[in-house]
Design a protein around this ligand. Structure first.
Ligand code: SAM
Length: 247
């Protein structure tokens, strides 16, 4: 059985299917580590016209997604994935982050509900466990948000990334809350810009210290909010201002 089972409920299945079929997520499904399903909410709308939205009570611009098809779709998904976390994508939800991605990956079953138009009828909230936002901006629909959540959770499933160490070392991931250090690849010099000498030295302990220093510096400069929460060791305090010859 797949280690992560994800179901996305949407009015626009093709928007999601293309992304899920490619690259790492496509391979994760082919190898059985991840099972992804995309369900068309319109399949739960009755009648010839399969209407899923209606005008808002009280007036105002835009349409609102009706509760019946959406909740019927959620219930069908819950029956397929008992114990799943049911998440409604919404700008007013809790902010998605790496810790939440890890929680979903560990839970192993995830149902993601995509809103459209002005959003969903408030009564849909009774059918979901939580609302999640991917940031303080408004998208036209929840599909990109659902894919962000599915992608971030899937790549944390052991075996999905070719090299499991690459998930552990990157930004936010190490448990220390630091941003990741810079990366370089060949050529060693390009347009007059050289790869830091330390990285070419073959001295792995020095390379580790250089990476730690660069992570500390990047976090201090770019994300002082994260930096303020980090428990710095004495070695960190030494490293952050150390020159390359002091590593
Ligand atoms: N009227 C809503 C408001 O002002 O909060 C915005 C609705 S938005 C146009 C339509 C749908 O896109 C939402 O129901 C939600 O599913 C999705 N969406 C938009 N922005 C999002 C965000 N930042 N995070 C997660 N989902 C988002």
């Amino acid at each position: 059985m797949a280690k992560l089972e994800v179901e996305i409920l949407t009015l626009f299945p093709r928007m999601c299917e293309g992304y899920l079929a490619e690259s790492i997520l496509g391979k994760a499904q082919a190898s059985g580590l991840v099972a992804a399903r995309v369900t068309d909410v319109r399949d739960f709308a009755p009648g010839k016209h399969r209407v899923t939205d209606d005008a808002p009570y009280g007036g105002g611009a835009g349409m609102v997604m009706k509760p019946e098809p959406l909740v019927d779709a959620v219930e069908a998904a819950r029956a397929r994935l008992p114990g799943a976390a049911v998440v409604l994508t919404s700008p007013r939800g809790v902010r998605f982050d790496q810790a939440l991605a890890r929680r979903f990956a560990e839970q192993g079953r995830l149902i993601l509900v995509c809103g459209r138009y002005e959003g969903v009828d408030e009564r849909v909230m009774t059918a979901v466990d939580m609302e999640v936002s991917i940031g303080d901006f408004v998208l036209t629909g929840g599909e990109l948000a659902a894919l962000c959540v599915a992608d971030a959770a899937a790549r944390l499933v052991p075996g999905v990334l070719g090299n499991d160490a690459s998930a552990g070392a990157e930004s936010f991931a190490g448990g220390d809350g630091l941003l990741e250090h810079p990366h370089y690849t060949r050529p060693p010099e390009w347009r007059g810009r050289k790869v830091p000498e330390v990285l070419l030295s073959g001295d792995h302990r020095r390379i580790e210290r250089w990476r730690r220093r660069e992570s500390l510096r990047a976090t201090r400069e770019r994300r002082p909010d994260l930096y303020a929460r980090i428990a710095l060791s004495e070695e960190d305090l030494r490293l952050i201002d150390a020159g390359d010859d002091e590593l």
